[in-house]
Design a protein around this ligand. Structure first.
Ligand code: FE2
Length: 169
């Protein structure tokens, strides 16, 4: 709400007597913000995957357009140079019309395995934190090497993109 100057906007548009009022949102035009919305299509063949990964400084939403996926998601609890500590939250099949999303911590790690030739329409929002060194970051994870740390939390080693693609792509 701070990011969109909600109080000011809400006051300006008020409420309609019938239906709704709306406003275009200009994200921090005077603050040199780098917030970006990126629409993207992903094509994933049978047995191939959007490799398991977590994120920093970005969120996203994912709508399968056709096909179906086994989707697993995890909260991101902490992160260091070698690993992420995560907690499982989602393990389900998603198909056309099922929306999934990630938050900055909640459900932040995701892993889609296509069960047939499948496509998703994604909207990716980067640059959430203007003070960060990079507009966003992605951490690929070696789920087979996950070790249980506390309760259902898992400590999972990080992988380079090529290592992760070889093992999970
Ligand atoms: Fe992602």
């Amino acid at each position: 709400m701070r990011g969109i100057d909600f109080d000011h906007l809400a006051k300006r548009i008020g409420f309609a007597e019938l239906g709704v009022t709306t406003a275009f949102i200009d994200f921090g035009v005077n603050e040199r913000r780098t917030l970006d919305f990126l629409p993207k299509l992903f094509a994933v063949d049978t047995g191939r995957s959007i490799i398991p990964h977590g994120h920093a400084n970005m969120v996203s939403a994912h709508l399968p357009l056709s096909g179906n996926f086994r989707l697993r998601q995890y909260d991101q609890l902490s992160r260091d140079e070698q690993s992420l500590t995560i907690r499982p939250t989602v393990d389900r099949t998603i198909r056309s019309g099922d929306l999934s999303s990630i938050g900055e911590d909640d459900d932040n790690v995701h892993w889609f395995i296509a069960e047939e030739p499948s496509y998703t329409f994604d909207v990716i929002v980067t640059g959430l934190d203007d003070t960060a060194r990079q507009p966003y970051d992605i951490f690929n994870l070696d789920m087979e090497e996950a070790e249980r740390v506390e309760g259902d939390a898992l400590r999972v080693p990080r992988l380079t993109v090529s290592e992760a693609l070889t093992k999970y792509g």
